[in-house]
Design a protein around this ligand. Sequence first.
Ligand SMILES: CC(=O)CC(=O)SCCNC(=O)CCNC(=O)[C@H](O)C(C)(C)COP(=O)(O)OP(=O)(O)OC[C@H]1O[C@@H](n2cnc3c(N)ncnc32)[C@H](O)[C@@H]1OP(=O)(O)O
Ligand SMILES: NC(=O)C1=CN([C@@H]2O[C@H](COP(=O)(O)OP(=O)(O)OC[C@H]3O[C@@H](n4cnc5c(N)ncnc54)[C@H](O)[C@@H]3O)[C@@H](O)[C@H]2O)C=CC1
Length: 310
Amino acid sequence: MIQFGIIARNFSSSSAVQSAIKNVTVIGGGLMGSGIAQVSAQAGQNVTLVDVSSDVLAKAQKSIGTNLGRVAKKVYKDNPAEGEKFVAESLGRIKTLTDPAEAAKSADLVVEAIVENMEVKHKLFKQLDGVAPSHTIFASNTSSLSINEIASVVNRKDKFGGLHFFNPVPVMKLLEVVRGAETNDATYQAMMSWGKSVGKTCITCKDTPGFVVNRLLVPYICEAIRLFERGDASARDIDIAMKLGAGYPMGPLELADYVGLDTNKFILDGWHKKYPDQPLFNPIPLLDKLVSEGKLGVKSGEGFYKYDKK
Ligand SMILES: CC(=O)CC(=O)SCCNC(=O)CCNC(=O)[C@H](O)C(C)(C)COP(=O)(O)OP(=O)(O)OC[C@H]1O[C@@H](n2cnc3c(N)ncnc32)[C@H](O)[C@@H]1OP(=O)(O)O
Ligand SMILES: NC(=O)C1=CN([C@@H]2O[C@H](COP(=O)(O)OP(=O)(O)OC[C@H]3O[C@@H](n4cnc5c(N)ncnc54)[C@H](O)[C@@H]3O)[C@@H](O)[C@H]2O)C=CC1
């Protein structure tokens, strides 16, 4: 229920925050990109959702429709017709494309949520920099890569920053707004207002590894995996401990499965390579083993727990 309050705020005119950004291009239609497209569209913005795969785009449209339905059912519980209108209008604001360059031509803001790979992100932003209007702001939703390093390939470094959302995007209330070394004040202010306009509470972060949340969350999850690996407690007991003893909505091993064990490993390995003297970032043999066995968590049907395959 608490989560729902923020969803309602996205489009309640009395409390909505206005943003100069009206046309948003979201690149990557997976887990995060589809959520970012949803919250933007339900806040009244024109959204272009881009993915290299048209199958992914079809799947994204379906899941956005389902999640908007969840919102409508709650907000318009006494007025189902209005709820249907809300879903149809929000969906109507999202168009899909497979060509990022085409999509960037009309964007005030591009939010990138593609695969967590520096080379692939560089290739994309280099291409977009050549075609997007000069006023267009570029932002990355990266979990663990450096914003400055991603921005290094574009000319508009002053119009580049990080907009880091959390999974599930329609529910999680936080947005980390990351100022890169060259992000100018106007870009930073525009990102903050845009974040508020899509219903998020924004915090300001420097371009440090994991910003705020992941810098704390990833080592915490890793310590839980190490504790389990040592045989100090069962997975169930570790999760119960942190839910009932610390008030977390999910235990650390459940959360690791939810985020994806491959994603956890990718973040850890990247930081270990960059900061080999930080013991919190040391590789974890159990995590490596699970990932090598294809046990990636919820998405693969098994991680620390077993799940119905989606
Ligand atoms: C890796 C990174 O870079 C950063 C990250 O994202 S780190 C991960 C951050 N995320 C977290 O820490 C998530 C922690 N977990 C939670 O907050 C909660 O367990 C949860 C919100 C995921 C689920 O909550 P829950 O109470 O157990 O389940 P549930 O009752 O099904 O859902 C609560 C609400 O969220 C909605 N919801 C749940 N999952 C949803 C989804 N994927 N999309 C849209 N809505 C969703 C439900 O409809 C429900 O809404 P109402 O209250 O309005 O009915
Ligand atoms: N999964 C999570 O919990 C979170 C992930 N992130 C970050 O968000 C980004 C995306 O993550 P997910 O949504 O989980 O990944 P995902 O794998 O669900 O989606 C990525 C999508 O990008 C598409 N794609 C890849 N290259 C592309 C390109 N050049 N042009 C257009 N589309 C392309 C893929 O087809 C895929 O559909 C990553 O940088 C990740 O680190 C941030 C917060 C949380």
